[in-house]
Write a protein that binds this ligand. Structure first.
Ligand code: AMP
Ligand code: FE
Ligand code: FE
Ligand code: ZN
Length: 269
């Protein structure tokens, strides 16, 4: 079965609208789709309507968190209730912090001699959740960098000169709000964090799954995270983290049938 459990739309930093993403998923014969926009569930309604029973849509979210170190830790939530009040309040606060942060990053770029305004970035965003990829696209548009990777590597990534931190949840807080809203919290792309030292603490805090199958998990990482999932009795999930044409294909990451079955059982569906 073809599934896609990690992807983004224009509601956050993806390139396709929720409707276009669903159409692409149908063309690619995706049977289960979970849209995991950063800090917003706005894609849920339009995507549900577009799906028209042609594929199974699971409500989902991705919350970008941080740990002192500093580390970036992303937490996915599957089967959250999009209308859950505490969830929506938490997400609204995070989205507001995103706006302020991108503004500060534009100021940093200006100090580095790059001529750019917040409005240039905002017009590249069609949804409520502004992110660094929008800023990266504005830098490409201005001809400052050739592509998004260069924008992150030279300016926007943690440790680079335009980087700014922002208010974010600690992973255990994200785990809590996802659980409260009826969802299953899953640690996203653990191989990109840079350490596995936090995993046990997250399990104690209620983590239910680990994103084992991920395009950027290389070498022995898939095997290692599959083993860690087994050791901590976590669900194994996977997805492409599709943001638009280019990096990865929608539906390209295969999830073993038994992993999918376990996920479905845990959801109570
Ligand atoms: P933010 O949510 O504003 O902190 O931005 C983080 C997002 O930027 C991640 O979730 C990815 O979608 C994206 N990202 C990170 N590194 C890169 C990169 N090298 N090229 C393109 N997008 C990236
Ligand atoms: Fe993203
Ligand atoms: Fe992520
Ligand atoms: Zn993602």
């Amino acid at each position: 079965m073809i599934t896609e459990l990690h992807c983004h739309t224009t509601a956050s930093d993806g390139v396709l609208s929720p409707t276009d993403l669903v159409e692409l998923a149908v063309r690619r014969k995706v049977e289960i789709l979970a849209i995991t926009d950063h800090d917003t569930t706005d894609a849920w309604e339009p995507a549900s309507q577009a799906a028209e029973g042609r594929l199974e849509l699971w409500p989902a979210i991705e919350i970008n968190c941080s740990e002192p170190g500093p580390y970036e830790v992303h937490v996915l939530g599957y089967f959250v209730r999009p209308d859950h009040r505490a969830l929506q309040e938490a997400l609204a606060k995070l989205r507001e912090a995103r706006q302020g942060r991108i503004g500060r990053m534009v100021d940093n770029l200006n100090r580095l001699g790059i001529d750019l305004e917040l409005a240039d970035v905002q017009k590249l965003s069609q949804g409520p959740s502004l992110g660094r990829p929008h800023l990266a696209r504005a830098l490409v548009e201005r001809g400052v960098v050739a592509d998004l990777n260069e924008a992150f590597d030279r300016f926007l990534a943690l440790g680079q000169p335009a980087y700014e931190p922002r208010y974010s949840l600690r992973p255990r807080e994200a785990i809590q709000v996802i659980t409260e809203s009826g969802g299953l919290p899953v640690l996203a792309h653990p191989g990109l964090i840079g350490t596995d030292e936090f995993l046990e603490g997250y399990v104690e805090a209620g983590l239910r799954g680990l994103e084992v199958y991920y395009p950027q998990h290389e070498g022995d990482q898939v095997a290692r995270y599959r083993e860690l999932a087994r050791r901590y009795r976590l669900l194994a999930t996977g997805g492409s983290d599709y943001h638009g044409p280019g990096r990865t294909e929608l539906g390209a990451v295969r999830l073993p049938e038994e992993a999918l079955q376990a996920l479905r059982e845990a959801s109570g569906r």
